[in-house]
Write a protein that binds this ligand. Structure first.
Ligand SMILES: Cc1cc2nc3c(=O)[nH]c(=O)nc-3n(C[C@H](O)[C@H](O)[C@H](O)COP(=O)(O)O)c2cc1C
Length: 175
């Protein structure tokens, strides 16, 4: 049995939902999962875990700076233990942008950090217009209009492919 730490960075909570789904899959493989926000992870000793997973969503083209900080501060440990990364964004609602080598945010991320995760996944996120501020709703609707996504202001839609999440959970269990 491996002890696995999943650290998340989220704004609206969908990344946490994905973490819980991963936890279910991984625990079915008889491993033990601890989920922590990136804030709380500052108080957790990663050396107590056999594997580390970091999941982060995109907001206006970027993963949170906290993700980069965490990786910098824990670089050595991330290199010595099996580790994995997943990114959550809406560009990935298009299946051809759902890979590490095709998703622009993950490509950029991997160039910016020295960390080389053993497993990488890119998941399509959630669109939730009613939840957004007026300004965010306006901007995201414009982006959706340009990229031929949903623009109706009452749209709440999860684009995540849960079978893809299942497969990533199994890959984490086996890495
Ligand atoms: C204000 C805002 C900005 C966003 N910017 C981007 C973006 O630049 N590119 C993208 O692909 N998705 C973008 N998204 C979509 C989020 O990545 C997606 O909704 C994701 O599911 C959010 O995950 P979270 O709930 O864990 O924060 C944005 C969403 C919001 C609300």
């Amino acid at each position: 049995m491996a002890k696995i730490l999943i650290i998340y960075s989220t704004t609206d909570g969908h990344t946490v939902t994905i973490c819980h789904h991963l936890q279910e899959v991984i625990e079915q493989q008889s491993h033990q999962v601890t989920i922590s926000s990136i804030d709380d992870a500052q108080h957790i000793d990663p050396a107590l875990f056999d594997k580390i997973v970091i999941g982060a969503s995109i907001r206006y083209g970027k993963h949170s700076p906290q993700v980069y900080d965490y990786i910098k501060r824990n670089q050595q440990m991330l290199e010595s233990a099996p580790s994995a990364l997943f990114s959550v964004n809406l560009v990935a609602r298009k299946p051809d942008k759902r890979r590490a080598d095709t998703n622009p945010y993950v490509k950029k991320f991997l160039k910016q950090t020295a960390w080389q995760p053993a497993e990488i996944a890119v998941f399509a996120g959630k669109l939730d217009y009613p939840r957004y501020s007026y300004r965010d709703r306006l901007i995201i609707r414009l982006i959706m209009w340009i990229t031929k996504g949903p623009t109706a202001p009452d749209t709440v839609k999860v684009f995540t492919d849960w079978e893809q999440v299942d497969a990533f959970g199994k890959a984490i269990s086996e890495m």
